[in-house]
Design a protein around this ligand. Structure first.
Ligand SMILES: Nc1ncnc2c1ncn2[C@@H]1O[C@H](COP(=O)(O)OP(=O)(O)OP(=O)(O)O)[C@@H](O)[C@H]1O
Length: 247
């Protein structure tokens, strides 16, 4: 598989002196699903912001060996416009890119359909549950068909049941679209369920301490969560995290 992006000795110290990210090098394959896991404050969100170009690295760089891919970003909060319908929220990135309103609306409705919200294009965010609002946020991130999807703990605020369903929907969309997924989470179990590869960072300033492959094939069914393969990968990650917390 070809390399989508290369994190080349990426480091970030903020102007106030906080060294958030020590030095991170990793090649991310095109079409991979990679999770970043590590203690709170170790620079995981900073890595996503550096990849998105929202922050400049202090040292190192983000290399795009092919062309720089188009990006989608899903944040922990759905960050929807409260006064606008679900369809209007999803259509916004297309309209900002210059697409005609009617076409943007049509595409937004198709994207809502894909995340199980076919009947809700006119609903306002306050009329939707937390899980449904996150689905709108996913539709908005995917509507322009990005090459790389950056996800910053998108399901952390949701209950276990909704989170599990959204994990399955996300994997289905990833299988259909083939984007490169980079996913920040605090949950070892979510990381195992979703990822082909898990990068574990040390405490601040974050450094790569383990790079774990998850060999379980896709599609992953809910039964995978209770399999011995799942437990084996989770154990490997928990071991690496234990080393992080004692170093
Ligand atoms: N703009 C900023 N200015 C100063 N310090 C910052 C800034 N953004 C983040 N930090 C600090 O950098 C460190 C890393 O932050 P970051 O949000 O990347 O960590 P994280 O691993 O995603 O944390 P969490 O898991 O708790 O969300 C933290 O100590 C944070 O306070």
């Amino acid at each position: 598989m070809s390399c989508a992006l290369h994190l080349d000795r990426l480091a970030k110290t903020f102007p106030n002196g906080t060294a958030a990210l020590g030095e991170l090098s990793a090649e991310i394959e095109a079409g991979a699903f990679v999770s970043l896991l590590g203690p709170s404050g170790c620079g995981k969100s900073t890595v996503l912001r550096l990849i998105a170009g929202l922050e400049e690295p202090t040292r190192g760089r983000v290399d795009w060996p092919q062309a720089r891919g188009s990006l989608g970003f899903i944040f922990q909060e759905p960050t929807l416009m409260a006064w606008a319908s679900a369809a209007k929220n999803v259509a916004l990135p297309l309209e900002l890119a210059g697409m005609a309103k009617s076409e943007a609306h049509e595409r937004a409705c198709a994207a809502l359909d894909k995340v199980g919200l076919a009947g809700f294009p006119d609903a306002l965010p306050r009329e939707l549950s937390g899980g449904m609002r996150m689905r709108v946020s996913i539709a908005r991130a995917l509507v322009a068909d990005p090459d790389v999807l950056l996800m910053d703990e998108p399901f952390a605020a949701l209950d276990e049941f909704t989170r599990g369903k959204l994990n399955d929907d996300l994997l289905r969309l990833w299988g259909e679209r083939g984007f490169t997924g980079i996913f920040v989470t605090h949950s070892v179990f979510e990381a195992v369920y979703l990822s082909r590869r898990i990068l574990i960072l040390s405490g601040r300033p974050g450094r790569l301490v383990a790079d774990i492959e998850n060999p379980a094939p896709y599609p992953r069914e809910p039964g995978y969560r209770t399999s011995s393969e799942f437990s084996a990968t989770a154990r490997e990650i928990l071991g690496a995290l234990e080393d992080v917390s004692t170093c």
